[in-house]
Design a binder for this molecule. Structure first.
Ligand code: BTN
Length: 235
């Protein structure tokens, strides 16, 4: 699934598994700056906030990259890399903080975890799922590249494109350009000026802060939302 890459950092080593618990766990174990771990199936794939990430064999891309230096900004770089990788086949939207959506439905999620000096950047992309491949409770909210575009999509090709685009962003970050990557991400989220709800609080997003947090005007004054889920009320 992983053909040779023409990259500087991402893909320094690669580990491909038929089945594994979670590629993020493996990335945290093996470390090595730029190591890529890909699995056809995860038996304990996880999402943000302790959720399960359904990682069935043959349908998606489940992979992680280990980083050991300059790990700030990875959560901004990952959704941009996915967007750039699929640009030729569909238009996507980045939903704050790092989900990637097609026509309002999520097809990609990102999970950044750190252990010691290793950071795992985990990316899950639904590629070949049809409606019935999703659990019933997710069918309205989730999609895949093939379901959304009606085209046949090659998983290896998407993987190579994402890793190449990610490498480009990581190089920019490491050459002092984190601010430009953060700005591109904030732009892709198109969140400024939107009315949102989070944990029962409603307000209008005034700005995206340097750490990626949302500065939101509410009736009770300005609040900052750093983590969690938001509902966009005016999309
Ligand atoms: C989310 O949107 O909740 C984040 C989903 C992240 C899923 C990926 S799949 C590869 C990597 N390994 C995991 O266990 N999770 C991430």
């Amino acid at each position: 699934m992983l053909s040779p890459l023409n990259t500087e950092i991402v893909g320094s080593r690669s580990f491909v598994y038929e089945s594994i618990g979670s590629t993020n766990d493996r990335a945290l174990e093996v470390g090595g700056d730029g190591s890529v771990i890909v699995a056809d199936r995860q038996t304990a794939g996880r999402g943000r906030r302790g959720r399960t990430w359904h990682s069935v064999s043959g349908l998606g891309l489940w992979f992680s990259i280990a980083f050991e230096h300059d790990t700030n900004g990875l959560a901004f770089a990952a959704p941009l890399a996915v967007r750039d990788a699929v640009r030729d086949i569909c238009e996507v939207r980045v939903k704050w903080p790092n989900d990637v959506l097609i026509e309002g439905r999520k097809f990609c999620g990102v999970l950044v975890e750190r252990r010691g000096n290793v950071t795992a950047l985990g990316i899950g992309i639904n590629v070949k799922h049809g409606t019935e491949d999703f659990p019933p409770e997710l069918r309205d909210q989730a999609t895949s590249l093939e379901r959304a575009t009606g085209q046949t999509v090659d998983r290896g090709d998407v993987l190579r494109r994402v890793l190449t685009a990610l490498d480009e962003r990581v190089i920019v970050i490491r050459s002092g350009g984190i601010e430009s990557v953060r700005e591109a991400w904030a732009e892709a989220c198109a969140i400024r000026g939107r009315t949102i709800r989070s944990d029962g609080k409603e307000g209008t997003v005034r700005q995206v802060d340097h750490d990626g947090g949302l500065l939101v005007n509410t009736v009770g004054g300005e609040i900052k939302i750093l983590f969690g889920e938001i509902v966009e009320l005016d999309v």
